[in-house]
Unconditional design. Sequence first.
Length: 223
Amino acid sequence: MFDISYPYSAKEYMPFYWSVDEVAKMAFSTPRQVVSRHGFILASSSQLKASDVQIVGDYQGTLDIQEAQIIEPSSSHLKRHDLHLLKVQTHHNDELSSDNSALYHYQKAIVLQQLYWIKQWSSILIEHTAQRVIGDKTLLSVSSVKLRLAEILQHHAWLSLTVDNLNGTLSLDMSEHLADDIDKLVDMLIKTAGGRALLHNGLVDMQYIFRLLSQIYLRKNHD
């Protein structure tokens, strides 16, 4: 019988939740900094309420609700994660250089956190498919499922090594490739999870948040 509290029958089941504050602490050792790229910011409710949040990237100053415009309407995905998409006036419209230190540290923190969640959900789905019985065999014993999960783990390991070996710069081409690879892995997780991926704080939420993060912070433009 399906239990909404334990949709994957896994003890280590962890609902997906994207914490901008945690990413900021990974990048800058404080949640009191947000990064603007091309004038766009993804910020948390707690950052908006604080009076000492600094904006770094292509806009320098102190985050002020009068300076940063909240883009409405906010999606249900963003609301579940207490996130807000903001627009600020930039000083220039040029592409940020690849050696921008603040952007680099934030991009790396984003990708590391994305890889963390992909690993968590890979473990959830491995246990789930090992327990889920269809006919006379487990779902994990189905060749296509087993191969897909193996590919996810292999590619995750390669991406983790790639990010660990970054040397202080992240080119536009590399950040674009990372965004593509992350999106591919999440799509594979969704295919493995099936309809359960639609649950709140699940894989479809993850896909939406990851794609928005990539569009703002990793891809070449926001078109």
